[in-house]
Design a protein around this ligand. Structure first.
Ligand code: KIV
Length: 289
């Protein structure tokens, strides 16, 4: 008998649970409950069906189709060249491989900066490609955009700190919010985004104490990357934590392939380390102001 080409992908490797009790789908409700219960949220980037299936089998809570794919998959030096069509394509691929993880897709540069109508149309394209939440970068001016999306039933993840789409304005990939004024601005932007309804907030490359303070008052779920251990969850670029990224990696990245017999084990090791608070190492990676 020939395999049914339309059948969903088989789970990758040995499942963490028995097939009789597959993991329940991760929902926004479940993610909020995790925050309330103090359970850390483990997120990784995914760009294709195979890695999405593997990450889902390893029980990663959230998959992020990040526009980092411009650098990781396409070899660009920034995320700026990535188009909405490319993001929709990769979101479709990830959605086909995923069964139960919460799926977030990045709105790429130029797809939401124009006006609210443009942001809605771009978000609709990503949601129709299979995303359950869209992510956009920036504070202040994005709050009305976030509100408009949320009012239309589109869950939003905001992104503050080092926002890679603004790399040229920020003068490179450097730590944000170091001085008192910059920290106040970040706190203010986080408050505005939370009030606008952004259910999730990525904090990238900000001092650990600032990320902890924002997390304590944020009404949703904060996810850190290079922001210390006191956010509600963590995210890494998959290729960084598997140590297959070319060139030097940021110092907050840990190589989870070290000592792991397989990629599936490495990803499971990441999930376990995040859940147990063993990653990130606050002493090594929590930038102080
Ligand atoms: O594009 C991406 O992968 C991201 C994460 C680094 C947060 O935005």
């Amino acid at each position: 008998m020939t395999a049914d080409p339309t059948a969903p992908l088989a789970p990758y490797g040995a499942p963490a649970r028995s097939e009789a009790a597959p993991r329940k789908a991760v929902t926004l409700h479940r993610l909020r409950a995790m925050r309330e219960a103090g359970e850390k949220v483990a997120m990784l980037t995914a760009y294709d069906a195979a890695s999405a299936g593997l990450l889902d089998a390893a029980e990663v809570d959230c998959l992020l189709v990040g526009d980092s794919l411009g650098m990781v998959m396409q070899g660009h030096t920034s995320t700026l060249p990535v188009t909405l069509e490319q993001m929709a394509y990769h979101t479709q691929c990830v959605a086909r491989g995923n069964r139960s993880a919460w799926l977030i897709a990045d709105l790429p540069f130029g797809s939401y900066q124009g006006n609210t109508e443009q942001a809605i149309a771009s978000s609709v394209a990503l949601m129709q490609a299979g995303a359950q939440m869209v992510k956009l970068e920036g504070g202040g001016w994005t709050a009305p955009v976030v509100r408009a999306l949320v009012e239309r039933g589109i869950p939003v993840c905001a992104h503050l700190g080092l926002t890679p789409q603004s790399v040229h304005a920020l003068g490179g990939y450097r730590i944000q919010g170091r001085d008192a004024h910059a920290a106040d601005t970040l706190r203010q932007h986080a408050a505005e985004l939370g009030a606008a309804g952004a259910a999730m907030l990525v904090l990238e490359l900000v001092p650990s104490d600032l990320a902890a303070a924002i997390s304590a008052s944020y009404p949703g779920i904060t996810i850190g990357i290079g922001a210390g251990a006191r956010t509600h969850g963590q995210v890494l670029v998959l290729h960084d934590m598997l140590d297959i990224t070319r060139g030097p990696k940021p110092r907050f990245v840990r190589n989870f392939m070290q000592g792991a017999p397989s990629v599936l084990d490495a990803v499971r090791g990441y999930v376990q380390a995040v859940k147990q608070g063993a990653f990130p190492d606050e002493a090594l990676h929590g930038y102080s102001a």
